[in-house]
Design a protein around this ligand. Structure first.
Ligand code: TXA
Ligand code: MG
Length: 352
């Protein structure tokens, strides 16, 4: 087991200091030599290795405890490098890149022949993302190549949005971690498959269907995203696993607050179990459960998205056995929040 070195970024708001750049240069060397480095991105922390080194990709799967049929995202720092990892790139990809890169968008293409199948989980396609986080981009450049990176959590845990949770899951399993503070967005990137006739959203994220329609005439949605009864398998292999599951049993309660609050209070009163509620600023003070977490204001869907994974982990840390959550759905990024919440709940939901 490697001793995990922690690299703290000093610069604020993306203004990296000379010491930061030197430390990132060193982290890039670790990746070049086949090692693993966890690093910040604007979505969630990533667990990075050299995308063109099959042994690095195998090490990533081992460090996460992840099934090796679940492909990794390849991170690039410049649009001009897209053709070095992908083939048959449609023009529309460059229009999408113009509008949404650098940023929380992953696009799927046919893969370049020499990109190892260990990186793409055995598939002929590759998922590519150009992150906006300056630390992530400096690291990719310092690696001298491209960085394959899944989220930096153990398989089955919520994606980490701060160094604390990266260390909780990966201390001793990676060579270094770079601490860049809390993740800005807090949910993983939107995934858009460009290998199908009509581009298809495989995972909702901060770039929404409405955003895509400003560039595309048409966009489809993988129907398994909100419907777990669908007989089809999700097209993003990772979406089939019961991800993001807290230890406690989580139920989502839909309905008007005046019905939801008493419904949850009845079930979190006198019981031997430790009970928890994922509430909003508007309702938090009305709950009586052992642990009440306000996820943010209903008027701030970005704040809610940013807090979701931290709160799911805190419920575990506080030993909560039974968790109730308000419906966190809505428009924009709230659709991605609700997708992750539904998965965390194993689609256990009631309407009152
Ligand atoms: O925001 C993000 O995307 C973060 C940061 C670190 O960039 N990464 C991330 O990676 O969320 P990961 O591995 O946790 O999720 C990648 C998802 C998985 O569901 C995987 O199955 C899917 O992308 N995926 C990767 N390559 C694919 C491909 N060629 N075809 C279909 N799905 C693919
Ligand atoms: Mg993940």
């Amino acid at each position: 087991m490697p001793d995990t070195r922690i690299i703290r970024i000093e610069g604020v708001k993306g203004n990296l200091t000379d010491r930061d750049l030197a430390a990132i240069e060193e982290a890039g060397r670790i990746i070049r030599e086949g090692g693993l480095v966890a690093f910040p991105t604007e979505t969630v922390y990533g667990l990075g290795g050299d995308a063109f080194n099959p042994r690095s990709s195998s090490r990533i799967y081992a460090a996460k405890g992840r099934p090796s049929d679940n492909p990794l995202i390849v991170h690039i720092a410049d649009v001009a490098d897209l053709h070095r990892v992908a083939l048959s790139i449609p023009d529309v990809a460059y229009e999408l890149a113009d509008r949404f890169w650098p940023g929380p968008l992953t696009m799927i293409f046919r893969k370049k022949e020499d990109l190892p199948r260990e990186t793409t989980g055995g598939l002929d396609t590759v998922a590519v993302r150009l992150p906006s986080d300056p630390v992530a981009r400096a690291l990719i450049r310092a690696s001298g190549g491209f960085v394959a990176a899944p989220s930096a959590n153990l398989s089955g845990r919520p994606s980490p949005t701060s160094i604390r949770y990266v260390m909780e899951d990966l201390d001793g399993r990676v060579d270094a971690v770079i601490d860049g503070g809390d993740s800005l967005i807090g949910l993983e990137s939107s995934i858009l498959d460009l290998t199908s006739d009509v581009p298809m959203i495989l995972r909702p994220g901060a770039v929404t269907k409405e955003d895509f329609l400003t560039v595309l005439k048409e966009v489809a949605l993988d129907r398994t995203i909100y419907d777990d009864q669908s007989p089809e398998a999700p097209k993003a292999p990772g979406m089939k696993y019961r991800h993001y599951a807290p230890r406690g049993e989580l139920t989502i309660v839909h309905g008007e607050p005046d019905r939801v609050v008493p419904y949850i209070n009845e079930r979190t009163g006198a019981t031997d179990e430790i009970t928890g509620v994922i509430a909003t600023d508007e309702t938090g003070s009305r709950y009586h459960a052992d642990v009440v977490k306000n996820i943010g204001s209903r008027n701030d869907e970005y704040g809610i998205a940013q807090n979701l994974y931290r709160i799911l982990r805190e419920m575990d840390d506080e030993g909560v056995d039974r968790i109730y959550s308000e419906d966190l759905g809505g428009s924009g990024i709230a659709q991605a929040t609700m997708n992750r919440l539904l998965k965390a709940a194993g689609h256990k939901e009631v309407t009152v």
